[in-house]
Ligand binder design. Structure first.
Ligand SMILES: NC(=O)c1ccc[n+]([C@@H]2O[C@H](COP(=O)([O-])OP(=O)(O)OC[C@H]3O[C@@H](n4cnc5c(N)ncnc54)[C@H](OP(=O)(O)O)[C@@H]3O)[C@@H](O)[C@H]2O)c1
Length: 300
C-alpha cells in the first residue's frame, strides 16, 4: 500500500507527508511549481499518475491536496482555476477510480452560505464563492463516480512556517493599520495543520470512508481573535480596531459570515483532540514578533 500525496509541497499535504514518512509508510509526495527535496514534480492538469508515479493499485490511497485555494485568485481567474480545481481534479479522480484505489479529497467549509453556522456533514451546501462552488462540484463528482472515497472538509488551517493564507497573521497585520475593522458576526474555525494531518491519517488507518468535518471546535469570532492577538502582542499599543457587522465589509464576491463546521461526528468516531485556537494565535504572534526582531529567522 502506498500513500500518494498530490500537493505535498503545500501546507496540508506537506504536514501529511512528514507525518506519514515518520510512520515509516511508503509515501510518494508531489509538488507543482515549488520543488521539494524527495518529492516528484506532478501537474494534475496534464501528467499521468501511472507514468509518473508508478502503476496505481487498489491498495493505494491517493490524497488529492493539489489545488489553487486563494478565493480572490480563483474568482479573478475562472478558467485557469477551473483547469486545476475542476478539470485536473476530475482527471485524477477518474484514474484513481479506474485503478480501484482510494481517493481522499480535501474540501472546505466554503461550500456553506454561512447564514447559520455549525454545519454538520448532512447540512445542505450552498456556496457563495466560485471557490466554494468548485469544491462542491468535486465533492459531488466523487460521490457520483467513486466507490472508495473519503471527503474531509475543513476550515482555516494554520501552520508555523508559511503565513500566505494564515488568518492569524492577516488579522495581526490588519490590526496595525489605521481604520482596521473586525466583524463580530464573522465566525470560523481555526485548526492547527498538525491536528488536520493527524485526523486524516487516523481516518485512513481506521478505514473510515464518507464525509468528515475535520476542524477545531468551538469556533472563533473575528473580534475574539483580534482581542487574543492584541492581548499577546508586544505591539498592543500600535493596534486598534472598530467592531462592525460582516455585511459592512466589502468583498469582490459575497462571502459566508459564519460558515463554521461542527466536528461532532469526527470526535465521536475517532476520538480526535485539537490544539485550542487561542494557543495557536499566541504562538503565531510570538513567531511573527520574533521574525520582526530577527528577520533571518524563518520558523520556530
Ligand atoms: N489551507 C486552508 O485553510 C484550507 C481550508 C479548507 C480547505 N483546504 C483545501 O485543502 C487542500 C490543500 O490546501 P493547502 O492549504 O495545503 O494549499 P496550498 O498550501 O496552497 O498547497 C496547494 C498544493 O497544490 C499544488 N498545486 C497547485 N496547482 C497544481 C497543479 N496544477 N498540479 C499539481 N499540483 C498543484 C501546490 O504545489 P506547488 O506549491 O508546488 O505549486 C501545493 O502543493 C486544497 O484542496 C484546499 O482547497 C485548505
Amino acid at each position: 500500500m502506498r500513500l500518494i500525496i498530490l500537493g505535498a509541497s503545500g501546507l496540508i499535504g506537506g504536514q501529511l507527508y512528514r507525518d506519514a514518512m515518520a510512520d515509516s509508510r511508503k509515501v510518494i509526495g508531489t509538488y507543482g511549481r515549488n520543488a521539494r527535496d524527495g518529492m516528484r514534480p506532478f501537474d494534475i492538469t496534464k501528467d499521468s499518475l501511472n507514468d509518473k508515479l508508478g502503476q496505481i493499485g487498489p491498495e493505494d490511497i491517493v490524497f488529492l491536496m493539489a489545488a489553487r485555494i486563494d478565493m480572490n485568485w480563483v474568482k479573478d481567474n475562472p478558467e485557469e482555476s477551473r483547469a486545476i480545481n475542476i478539470d485536473g481534479a476530475k482527471r485524477i479522480i477518474d484514474k484513481v477510480n479506474a485503478a480501484g484505489a482510494i481517493i481522499l479529497y480535501i474540501s472546505s467549509e466554503a461550500i456553506f452560505d454561512g447564514v447559520d453556522g455549525g454545519y454538520v456533514e448532512t447540512s445542505l451546501p450552498h456556496p457563495l464563492t466560485l471557490y466554494g462552488r468548485q469544491k462542491l462540484e468535486i465533492e459531488n463528482y466523487i460521490k457520483d463516480a467513486s466507490k472508495d472515497w473519503c471527503i474531509v472538509r475543513t476550515g482555516w488551517t494554520v501552520g508555523r512556517d508559511n503565513f500566505g493564507h494564515n488568518p492569524i497573521s492577516a488579522t495581526y497585520h490588519t490590526l496595525k493599520r489605521p481604520g482596521a475593522k473586525m466583524a463580530e458576526d464573522n465566525i470560523f474555525t481555526i485548526t492547527d495543520v498538525r491536528d488536520t494531518s493527524r485526523a486524516i491519517l487516523k481516518l485512513m488507518n481506521q478505514n473510515k470512508r464518507g464525509l468528515y468535518h475535520v476542524a477545531s471546535n468551538p469556533p472563533v469570532c473575528r473580534t475574539e481573535l483580534a482581542d487574543w492577538i492584541m492581548d499577546s502582542s508586544k505591539h498592543r499599543a500600535l493596534m486598534n480596531y472598530e467592531t462592525v457587522q460582516f455585511k459592512d465589509l466589502t468583498f469582490s464576491e459575497p462571502r459566508p459570515a459564519k460558515s463554521w463546521i461542527s466536528n461532532k461526528k469526527l470526535v465521536k468516531e475517532i476520538d480526535q483532540s485539537f490544539i485550542p485556537p487561542r494557543q495557536i494565535a499566541e504562538e503565531i504572534v510570538a513567531q511573527i514578533e520574533a521574525d520582526i526582531e530577527e528577520p533571518e529567522r524563518t520558523s520556530i
